[in-house]
Design a binder for this molecule. Structure first.
Ligand code: PMM
Length: 284
């Protein structure tokens, strides 16, 4: 285990182990669950089921970031996420909103969300950092280069670990300059965002370099294509639905490597894995 990875973000649960963030994509086109939770009732039921399965918080998003995806208009994004955020928050669920738009973040916080997960780390909307600073809520700073429509053409690095760490350091500084309390930030290397499978594996193999940023680490490996590629056979890549066991393996290794929070589509396996890791570490 790397020296002293951080495991708490002010304003979020601190159970003394790695957190589990369940994903609810209220979109027609997300790669992993697109179209499944477009109806608010189904999305809410799914969020509650993930909490029952051991998720500590639920991340609600209304914009697909799959490679090549087009952006929905802002009012459509609001229409997707707000009823779901409202219902989950009023049921007592800790809700984060996955959005790159300050307006959506503001509305979701008003509806009961307590955290902003912006995959662009504040780059997509110049008002995002100020909005989060004013709201005094936790904020995820993810490595991001471009919107999904053409992000994979930007999957070029000198050294991916060095480049991602330098970028995240710059974004953390920008967040602090905008008035966001550093104790409320977490970092995320953005697996799959302008990255090849080889880039993702290098980042996972170098969590120590990410810990050196001095902020808690969030990882989103769940069901991503690099796992499908790893598990490919003669019929092609392993399908999205067949990637949950590999996701749980990543979760166990990431938690043992000091991750603070794991963003996953199926909560039970990762919730079990982080408890195994905590017991294993605790017995030491
Ligand atoms: N990945 C996706 C969406 N949001 N947020 C964070 N912080 N980290 C991620 O890796 C991440 C994210 C894309 O996956 P999805 O379409 O299944 O939600």
């Amino acid at each position: 285990m790397p020296p002293g990875p951080l495991r708490s973000v002010a304003g979020l649960p601190q159970p003394g182990r790695c957190l589990v963030m369940g994903v609810v994509n209220v979109t027609p086109d997300s790669f992993s669950d697109g179209g499944l939770w477009l109806e608010p009732d189904a999305a809410v039921e799914h969020g509650l089921a993930m909490v029952a399965d051991g998720a500590d918080l639920v991340d609600v998003g209304g914009e697909s970031t799959r490679p090549g995806a087009e952006r929905p208009p802002e009012d459509e994004e609001m229409r997707r996420v707000l009823p779901v955020v409202t219902a989950l928050a009023s049921a007592g669920v800790v809700v984060s909103v996955d959005t790159m738009r300050a307006g959506v973040a503001r509305a979701a916080l008003g509806a009961g969300a307590v955290m902003v997960n912006d995959v662009s780390g504040g780059m997509a909307d110049p008002e995002m950092l100020g909005t989060v600073a004013a709201a005094r809520v936790p904020f995820t700073v993810m490595h991001w280069r471009r919107h999904s429509a053409d992000m994979q053409t930007f999957a070029r690095y000198g050294d991916v670990v060095t480049d991602v760490v330098a970028h995240l350091r710059g974004r953390l500084e920008a967040a602090e300059r905008a008035g966001i309390d550093p104790d409320r930030t977490a970092v995320d290397p953005g697996l799959g965002f302008a990255k090849t499978a080889a880039h993702n594996w290098r980042l996972l193999a170098h969590l120590d370099a990410l810990h050196a940023l001095g902020r808690p680490l969030l990882l989103g490996a769940s069901r991503k294509r690099f796992l499908g590629q790893l598990l490919a056979d003669e019929s092609g890549e392993r399908s999205v639905n067949g990637r949950d066991d590999a996701t749980v393996a990543c979760s166990a290794l990431a938690a043992a490597g000091g991750a603070w929070c794991l963003r996953v589509h199926e909560a039970r396996g990762t919730a079990d894995a982080v408890r195994v890791v905590a017991a294993w570490e605790g017995a030491g």
